[in-house]
Design a protein around this ligand. Structure first.
Ligand SMILES: [Zn+2]
Length: 350
Protein backbone atom coordinates (compact mmCIF):
# COMPACT_ATOMS: atom_id res chain seq x y z
CA UNK A 1 0.00 0.00 0.00
CA UNK A 2 1.38 3.39 -0.99
CA UNK A 3 2.05 5.55 2.08
CA UNK A 4 1.60 9.16 0.93
CA UNK A 5 3.50 12.08 2.48
CA UNK A 6 0.14 13.68 3.15
CA UNK A 7 -1.00 10.67 5.19
CA UNK A 8 2.29 10.52 7.08
CA UNK A 9 2.00 14.22 7.93
CA UNK A 10 -1.54 13.70 9.17
CA UNK A 11 -0.46 10.79 11.37
CA UNK A 12 2.44 12.76 12.85
CA UNK A 13 0.43 15.93 13.44
CA UNK A 14 -0.60 15.07 17.03
CA UNK A 15 3.08 14.55 17.89
CA UNK A 16 4.51 17.52 15.96
CA UNK A 17 1.92 20.18 16.91
CA UNK A 18 2.70 20.28 20.68
CA UNK A 19 6.46 20.27 19.99
CA UNK A 20 6.09 23.12 17.52
CA UNK A 21 3.98 25.06 20.03
CA UNK A 22 6.58 24.52 22.75
CA UNK A 23 9.33 25.82 20.44
CA UNK A 24 7.26 28.90 19.56
CA UNK A 25 6.58 29.60 23.23
CA UNK A 26 10.26 29.10 24.10
CA UNK A 27 11.16 31.66 21.42
CA UNK A 28 8.54 34.07 22.75
CA UNK A 29 10.07 33.79 26.22
CA UNK A 30 13.28 35.34 24.86
CA UNK A 31 11.74 38.23 22.91
CA UNK A 32 11.08 41.63 24.55
CA UNK A 33 7.43 42.09 23.62
CA UNK A 34 4.13 42.95 25.26
CA UNK A 35 0.54 42.46 24.22
CA UNK A 36 -2.08 44.97 25.34
CA UNK A 37 -5.43 43.22 25.53
CA UNK A 38 -8.63 45.17 25.05
CA UNK A 39 -11.92 44.08 26.60
CA UNK A 40 -15.20 45.97 26.39
CA UNK A 41 -17.94 44.24 28.36
CA UNK A 42 -17.93 41.45 30.95
CA UNK A 43 -21.47 40.14 31.28
CA UNK A 44 -23.91 37.35 30.48
CA UNK A 45 -25.79 38.79 27.52
CA UNK A 46 -27.12 35.99 25.34
CA UNK A 47 -28.27 37.33 21.99
CA UNK A 48 -26.29 40.59 22.21
CA UNK A 49 -25.38 41.23 18.56
CA UNK A 50 -21.93 42.74 19.10
CA UNK A 51 -18.95 40.45 19.66
CA UNK A 52 -17.31 42.46 22.40
CA UNK A 53 -18.90 40.76 25.40
CA UNK A 54 -17.01 38.21 27.49
CA UNK A 55 -18.91 36.08 30.01
CA UNK A 56 -17.68 36.66 33.60
CA UNK A 57 -16.66 32.98 33.99
CA UNK A 58 -14.64 33.12 30.78
CA UNK A 59 -13.09 36.43 31.80
CA UNK A 60 -11.90 34.90 35.07
CA UNK A 61 -10.42 31.95 33.14
CA UNK A 62 -8.55 34.41 30.89
CA UNK A 63 -7.17 36.25 33.92
CA UNK A 64 -6.08 33.04 35.69
CA UNK A 65 -4.42 31.82 32.52
CA UNK A 66 -2.57 35.12 32.14
CA UNK A 67 -1.45 35.00 35.78
CA UNK A 68 -0.09 31.50 35.33
CA UNK A 69 1.73 31.90 32.02
CA UNK A 70 2.41 35.60 31.39
CA UNK A 71 3.76 38.65 33.16
CA UNK A 72 0.86 40.98 33.94
CA UNK A 73 1.94 44.62 34.09
CA UNK A 74 0.13 47.96 34.25
CA UNK A 75 0.04 50.48 31.41
CA UNK A 76 2.30 52.73 33.52
CA UNK A 77 4.87 49.94 33.82
CA UNK A 78 4.70 49.26 30.08
CA UNK A 79 5.33 52.95 29.32
CA UNK A 80 8.32 52.94 31.71
CA UNK A 81 9.72 49.76 30.11
CA UNK A 82 9.33 51.26 26.61
CA UNK A 83 11.17 54.39 27.86
CA UNK A 84 14.03 52.20 29.12
CA UNK A 85 14.15 50.35 25.79
CA UNK A 86 13.39 46.97 27.32
CA UNK A 87 10.17 45.03 27.82
CA UNK A 88 10.10 41.81 29.85
CA UNK A 89 9.13 38.95 27.50
CA UNK A 90 5.51 37.74 27.60
CA UNK A 91 4.26 40.95 29.22
CA UNK A 92 0.50 41.54 29.04
CA UNK A 93 -1.50 44.66 29.88
CA UNK A 94 -5.27 44.40 30.45
CA UNK A 95 -7.47 47.29 29.29
CA UNK A 96 -11.20 47.98 28.86
CA UNK A 97 -12.88 50.45 26.53
CA UNK A 98 -16.09 52.46 26.92
CA UNK A 99 -17.04 52.26 30.63
CA UNK A 100 -20.09 49.98 30.80
CA UNK A 101 -21.33 49.33 34.34
CA UNK A 102 -20.72 45.58 33.89
CA UNK A 103 -16.97 46.25 33.98
CA UNK A 104 -17.44 47.71 37.46
CA UNK A 105 -19.91 45.03 38.55
CA UNK A 106 -18.34 41.90 37.03
CA UNK A 107 -14.74 42.55 35.97
CA UNK A 108 -13.50 44.66 38.90
CA UNK A 109 -14.15 41.97 41.57
CA UNK A 110 -12.23 39.42 39.45
CA UNK A 111 -9.32 41.82 38.90
CA UNK A 112 -9.24 42.63 42.63
CA UNK A 113 -9.50 38.96 43.68
CA UNK A 114 -6.50 38.02 41.53
CA UNK A 115 -4.55 41.26 42.03
CA UNK A 116 -4.45 42.12 38.31
CA UNK A 117 -3.71 45.68 37.15
CA UNK A 118 -5.90 47.20 34.43
CA UNK A 119 -6.62 50.46 32.62
CA UNK A 120 -10.25 51.41 32.03
CA UNK A 121 -10.87 53.90 29.20
CA UNK A 122 -14.13 55.75 29.80
CA UNK A 123 -16.45 57.77 27.54
CA UNK A 124 -16.80 60.75 29.88
CA UNK A 125 -20.13 61.96 28.46
CA UNK A 126 -21.75 58.59 29.15
CA UNK A 127 -20.90 58.57 32.88
CA UNK A 128 -24.16 58.64 34.79
CA UNK A 129 -26.18 59.06 31.58
CA UNK A 130 -29.65 57.59 31.84
CA UNK A 131 -29.67 56.62 28.15
CA UNK A 132 -27.74 54.11 26.07
CA UNK A 133 -24.91 54.50 23.60
CA UNK A 134 -25.87 54.88 19.96
CA UNK A 135 -24.98 51.32 18.91
CA UNK A 136 -27.17 49.87 21.68
CA UNK A 137 -29.98 52.23 20.67
CA UNK A 138 -29.51 51.10 17.06
CA UNK A 139 -29.86 47.49 18.21
CA UNK A 140 -33.20 48.38 19.83
CA UNK A 141 -34.35 50.18 16.68
CA UNK A 142 -33.37 47.21 14.49
CA UNK A 143 -35.08 44.78 16.87
CA UNK A 144 -38.33 46.82 16.98
CA UNK A 145 -38.35 47.58 13.25
CA UNK A 146 -37.68 43.97 12.19
CA UNK A 147 -40.23 42.46 14.54
CA UNK A 148 -41.59 39.99 12.04
CA UNK A 149 -44.80 41.93 11.37
CA UNK A 150 -46.40 42.32 7.95
CA UNK A 151 -46.18 46.11 7.94
CA UNK A 152 -43.65 48.24 6.07
CA UNK A 153 -42.05 50.57 8.62
CA UNK A 154 -40.83 54.07 7.76
CA UNK A 155 -38.08 55.51 9.94
CA UNK A 156 -37.97 59.27 9.43
CA UNK A 157 -34.81 60.86 10.86
CA UNK A 158 -35.62 64.37 9.59
CA UNK A 159 -33.58 64.21 6.36
CA UNK A 160 -33.61 61.86 3.34
CA UNK A 161 -30.15 60.48 4.37
CA UNK A 162 -31.50 59.56 7.80
CA UNK A 163 -34.77 58.02 6.66
CA UNK A 164 -35.29 54.36 5.82
CA UNK A 165 -38.16 52.22 4.62
CA UNK A 166 -38.02 48.76 6.19
CA UNK A 167 -39.82 46.03 4.31
CA UNK A 168 -41.34 43.06 6.19
CA UNK A 169 -38.83 40.24 6.53
CA UNK A 170 -35.74 42.50 6.74
CA UNK A 171 -33.13 40.89 9.00
CA UNK A 172 -31.95 42.87 12.04
CA UNK A 173 -28.30 42.36 11.24
CA UNK A 174 -28.80 43.56 7.67
CA UNK A 175 -30.58 46.69 8.90
CA UNK A 176 -27.86 47.42 11.46
CA UNK A 177 -25.18 47.00 8.79
CA UNK A 178 -26.99 49.46 6.51
CA UNK A 179 -27.67 52.14 9.12
CA UNK A 180 -24.47 51.87 11.19
CA UNK A 181 -22.09 53.55 8.66
CA UNK A 182 -24.45 56.53 8.42
CA UNK A 183 -24.76 56.99 12.21
CA UNK A 184 -20.99 56.64 12.56
CA UNK A 185 -20.44 59.79 10.49
CA UNK A 186 -22.87 62.00 12.48
CA UNK A 187 -22.01 64.31 15.35
CA UNK A 188 -23.28 63.07 18.71
CA UNK A 189 -25.98 65.80 18.75
CA UNK A 190 -27.33 64.81 15.33
CA UNK A 191 -26.97 61.10 16.12
CA UNK A 192 -29.03 61.56 19.28
CA UNK A 193 -31.69 63.62 17.45
CA UNK A 194 -32.09 60.99 14.70
CA UNK A 195 -32.30 58.11 17.18
CA UNK A 196 -34.76 60.09 19.37
CA UNK A 197 -37.05 60.51 16.35
CA UNK A 198 -36.84 56.81 15.48
CA UNK A 199 -37.51 55.90 19.13
CA UNK A 200 -40.66 58.08 19.08
CA UNK A 201 -41.86 56.49 15.86
CA UNK A 202 -41.33 52.96 17.22
CA UNK A 203 -42.69 53.77 20.71
CA UNK A 204 -39.41 52.91 22.49
CA UNK A 205 -38.51 54.22 25.95
CA UNK A 206 -35.41 56.44 26.14
CA UNK A 207 -34.13 55.15 29.49
CA UNK A 208 -31.29 52.62 29.44
CA UNK A 209 -32.03 48.94 29.88
CA UNK A 210 -30.25 48.03 33.16
CA UNK A 211 -27.90 45.59 31.41
CA UNK A 212 -26.70 48.30 28.99
CA UNK A 213 -26.16 51.14 31.43
CA UNK A 214 -22.92 52.98 31.93
CA UNK A 215 -20.97 53.48 35.13
CA UNK A 216 -22.26 56.18 37.43
CA UNK A 217 -19.96 58.91 38.70
CA UNK A 218 -19.71 57.09 42.04
CA UNK A 219 -18.74 53.83 40.31
CA UNK A 220 -16.01 55.59 38.31
CA UNK A 221 -14.72 57.16 41.54
CA UNK A 222 -14.70 53.78 43.26
CA UNK A 223 -13.05 52.13 40.27
CA UNK A 224 -10.30 54.78 40.27
CA UNK A 225 -9.61 54.14 43.96
CA UNK A 226 -9.28 50.37 43.47
CA UNK A 227 -5.67 49.14 43.76
CA UNK A 228 -4.02 48.60 40.37
CA UNK A 229 -6.78 50.31 38.37
CA UNK A 230 -5.89 53.28 36.16
CA UNK A 231 -8.58 55.41 34.50
CA UNK A 232 -8.03 56.53 30.92
CA UNK A 233 -10.10 58.74 28.60
CA UNK A 234 -12.06 57.61 25.55
CA UNK A 235 -13.47 61.01 24.37
CA UNK A 236 -16.70 62.68 25.49
CA UNK A 237 -19.11 61.03 23.05
CA UNK A 238 -17.19 58.31 21.17
CA UNK A 239 -17.08 60.00 17.74
CA UNK A 240 -15.33 58.72 14.64
CA UNK A 241 -12.63 61.35 15.27
CA UNK A 242 -11.13 61.48 11.78
CA UNK A 243 -14.54 62.47 10.34
CA UNK A 244 -14.51 65.79 12.21
CA UNK A 245 -12.44 69.01 12.09
CA UNK A 246 -9.54 69.18 14.52
CA UNK A 247 -11.38 71.77 16.70
CA UNK A 248 -14.20 69.31 17.37
CA UNK A 249 -11.67 66.51 17.96
CA UNK A 250 -9.84 68.70 20.49
CA UNK A 251 -13.07 69.38 22.41
CA UNK A 252 -13.75 65.63 22.60
CA UNK A 253 -10.19 64.74 23.63
CA UNK A 254 -9.60 67.52 26.19
CA UNK A 255 -13.15 67.41 27.51
CA UNK A 256 -12.92 63.74 28.43
CA UNK A 257 -9.63 64.27 30.26
CA UNK A 258 -10.96 67.22 32.26
CA UNK A 259 -14.19 65.49 33.28
CA UNK A 260 -12.45 62.30 34.35
CA UNK A 261 -9.84 64.25 36.31
CA UNK A 262 -12.63 66.08 38.12
CA UNK A 263 -14.46 62.82 38.92
CA UNK A 264 -11.44 60.80 40.04
CA UNK A 265 -9.26 63.55 41.51
CA UNK A 266 -6.38 61.87 39.65
CA UNK A 267 -4.34 62.76 36.60
CA UNK A 268 -5.56 61.03 33.42
CA UNK A 269 -2.61 60.29 31.17
CA UNK A 270 -3.88 57.56 28.85
CA UNK A 271 -6.25 57.88 25.93
CA UNK A 272 -7.82 55.37 23.58
CA UNK A 273 -9.08 56.32 20.12
CA UNK A 274 -12.75 55.35 19.56
CA UNK A 275 -12.93 52.41 17.11
CA UNK A 276 -9.12 52.70 17.05
CA UNK A 277 -8.33 51.18 13.65
CA UNK A 278 -6.82 52.58 10.46
CA UNK A 279 -8.77 55.63 9.26
CA UNK A 280 -10.52 56.34 12.58
CA UNK A 281 -7.93 58.91 13.66
CA UNK A 282 -5.44 61.09 11.81
CA UNK A 283 -2.08 62.79 12.31
CA UNK A 284 -4.04 65.83 13.60
CA UNK A 285 -5.75 63.58 16.15
CA UNK A 286 -2.41 62.30 17.43
CA UNK A 287 -1.18 65.89 17.84
CA UNK A 288 -4.39 66.86 19.65
CA UNK A 289 -3.96 63.89 22.01
CA UNK A 290 -0.34 64.85 22.78
CA UNK A 291 -1.23 68.58 23.16
CA UNK A 292 -3.99 67.67 25.64
CA UNK A 293 -1.29 66.15 27.88
CA UNK A 294 -1.84 62.43 27.25
CA UNK A 295 1.28 60.26 27.19
CA UNK A 296 -0.39 57.19 25.64
CA UNK A 297 -2.83 56.84 22.74
CA UNK A 298 -4.24 53.33 22.27
CA UNK A 299 -5.30 51.97 18.88
CA UNK A 300 -6.76 48.62 17.88
CA UNK A 301 -3.91 47.45 15.67
CA UNK A 302 -3.73 43.77 16.63
CA UNK A 303 0.01 43.57 17.13
CA UNK A 304 2.58 43.22 19.89
CA UNK A 305 4.24 46.25 21.49
CA UNK A 306 8.02 46.40 21.05
CA UNK A 307 10.65 48.49 22.90
CA UNK A 308 10.61 51.14 20.13
CA UNK A 309 6.83 51.19 19.56
CA UNK A 310 5.10 54.61 19.25
CA UNK A 311 3.21 55.10 22.50
CA UNK A 312 0.77 57.57 20.95
CA UNK A 313 -0.30 54.75 18.63
CA UNK A 314 -0.04 51.83 21.01
CA UNK A 315 -1.15 48.51 19.53
CA UNK A 316 -3.98 46.68 21.29
CA UNK A 317 -5.68 43.38 20.61
CA UNK A 318 -9.42 42.89 21.12
CA UNK A 319 -10.27 39.94 23.36
CA UNK A 320 -13.45 37.97 22.74
CA UNK A 321 -15.45 35.28 24.52
CA UNK A 322 -12.87 32.59 23.78
CA UNK A 323 -12.38 29.42 25.80
CA UNK A 324 -8.92 29.03 27.32
CA UNK A 325 -7.36 27.01 24.49
CA UNK A 326 -8.58 29.54 21.91
CA UNK A 327 -7.42 32.39 24.16
CA UNK A 328 -3.98 30.77 24.33
CA UNK A 329 -3.85 30.33 20.54
CA UNK A 330 -4.91 33.96 19.94
CA UNK A 331 -2.35 35.30 22.42
CA UNK A 332 0.42 33.43 20.65
CA UNK A 333 -0.88 34.88 17.39
CA UNK A 334 -0.86 38.44 18.81
CA UNK A 335 2.71 38.04 20.08
CA UNK A 336 3.84 36.75 16.69
CA UNK A 337 1.93 39.28 14.51
CA UNK A 338 3.93 41.53 12.19
CA UNK A 339 3.95 45.26 12.99
CA UNK A 340 2.18 47.60 10.51
CA UNK A 341 3.19 51.17 9.62
CA UNK A 342 1.32 53.85 11.55
CA UNK A 343 -0.35 57.18 10.75
CA UNK A 344 2.32 59.07 12.71
CA UNK A 345 5.25 57.42 10.92
CA UNK A 346 4.05 58.56 7.50
CA UNK A 347 3.34 54.96 6.69
CA UNK A 348 0.13 55.84 4.84
CA UNK A 349 -2.20 53.73 6.92
CA UNK A 350 -5.11 56.22 6.67
ZN1 LIG B 1 -15.03 52.45 22.37
Amino acid sequence: MAFSTHRLRRLLRPVIAPVRLRIRRALLRCVPKAVVLNYHRVADLPGYPYRLVVEPGRFEQHMLFLKRHYRLISMGELVAFIGEGRIPPLSVVVTFDDGYADVFENALPILTRHDIPATVFIISGAVGDSGELWWDRLERVASAACNGGEETIALDGGSPEDSWVIEPGTKQQKLRNIIRPRLLQLSNIRQRAVLDQWYDQLGLKATARPEHRFMSQQEVEEMAKSPGIEIGAHTVSHPHLAAFPVEKQTVEIRGSRETLRAITGQDVEYFSYPYGGAGTYSQETIHAVADAGFVVGCTTYHEPVLPGSPILEMARCNAHNWDVSEFHRRLDGFFLSPVCPRVGTGGGVV
